[in-house]
Design a protein around this ligand. Structure first.
Ligand SMILES: NC(=O)c1ccc[n+]([C@@H]2O[C@H](COP(=O)([O-])OP(=O)(O)OC[C@H]3O[C@@H](n4cnc5c(N)ncnc54)[C@H](OP(=O)(O)O)[C@@H]3O)[C@@H](O)[C@H]2O)c1
Length: 254
């Protein structure tokens, strides 16, 4: 059973797999209404079945489609005023070989940056009017600095990280809490594509537990696991020449 202070109405993008699906399951309790989206209808249906303890509505849509997102979020908010919105959908891309092509770079920004804005903007006016609500942005420890192995990915994650930090200050007076989530390596379809060792690899269920606890505490930044946070924070402090030299030698996604 949900506790009195737990969110009752939760919207999650990218809920059809990985971290988003695990978060949906973590919030799926009696008395909770879940609004879940992704592009794959079959996978979304599987997640809906696993969340049967809650009332679940799924929607197949692309986060890069601003108009469809605004419509979906307005509908969800009028069905059950949203307490928590998690902008989780994201993509990465391979950079091994010839590096990133323009199409890949633009698509990563469209999903990871515009997709986050398309998720947050439609609900902010309603939360402002209610003087309550919580927004969570899924960034990454890869957003602490520009990573030569994933330029567009790390830049898109750095952008939403800084945006979330700033929004937290901007929306504080409106009673809206904002958290930025920075996971290390988590088991998902995204990391299935990596054929190199991933330090401190953790399950999506464990990651969802950490994120849920962090959101419940209203933490500004939920970066985990701690050894990965420490490593990436330290790397980010290195002088550029050393950092770029070091990062350029790390394995790249195929
Ligand atoms: N796994 C990690 O190690 C890790 C580390 C740090 C940060 N993250 C971040 O965590 C978030 C979740 O990723 P994940 O690891 O769980 O990977 P995943 O298993 O690939 O899940 C990504 C989710 O985003 C959805 N999605 C992708 N593009 C979309 C689009 N254009 N419109 C709507 N939904 C879209 C996918 O659904 P469909 O395929 O059905 O569209 C899927 O549900 C991402 O933002 C990722 O950058 C992951």
């Amino acid at each position: 059973m949900a506790h009195a202070h737990d969110p009752r109405s939760v919207l999650i993008t990218g809920a059809s797999s990985g971290i988003g699906a695990a978060l949906a399951e973590a919030y799926a309790q009696p008395g909770v209404r879940l609004f879940l989206s992704g592009r794959d209808a079959a996978r979304l249906d599987e997640v809906r079945a696993r969340c049967a303890a809650a009332e679940v509505e799924v929607r197949v849509l692309d986060v890069a489609d601003a108009k469809a997102m605004a419509q979906w979020i307005a509908e969800a908010d009028s069905t059950a005023p949203l307490d928590l919105v998690i902008a989780n959908a994201g993509i990465s891309g391979g950079t091994a070989g010839a590096g990133e092509g323009e199409d890949q770079v633009r698509r990563i920004f469209a999903v990871n940056l515009d997709g986050v804005l398309n998720t947050l903007w439609p609900v902010i006016p309603a939360m402002r009017a209610r003087k309550s609500g919580q927004l969570a942005i899924v960034s990454s420890v890869a957003g602490f600095r520009g990573m030569p192995g994933a330029p567009a990915y790390s830049a898109s994650k750095a952008a939403v990280l800084a945006y979330g930090d700033a929004l937290r200050g901007e929306l504080h007076a409106d009673g809206i809490r904002v958290s930025v989530v920075c996971p290390g390596y988590v088991v998902s379809r995204m990391t299935d594509a990596n054929d190199f060792p991933m330090p401190f690899f953790m399950t999506a269920e464990k990651a969802a537990g950490i994120i849920k606890a962090g959101l419940s505490a209203g933490r500004a930044r939920i970066a985990f696991p701690w050894p990965m946070r420490l490593i990436m924070t330290s790397f980010a402090l290195l002088p550029a020449c050393l950092r770029v030299w070091l990062f350029s030698r790390l394995p790249k996604k195929g």
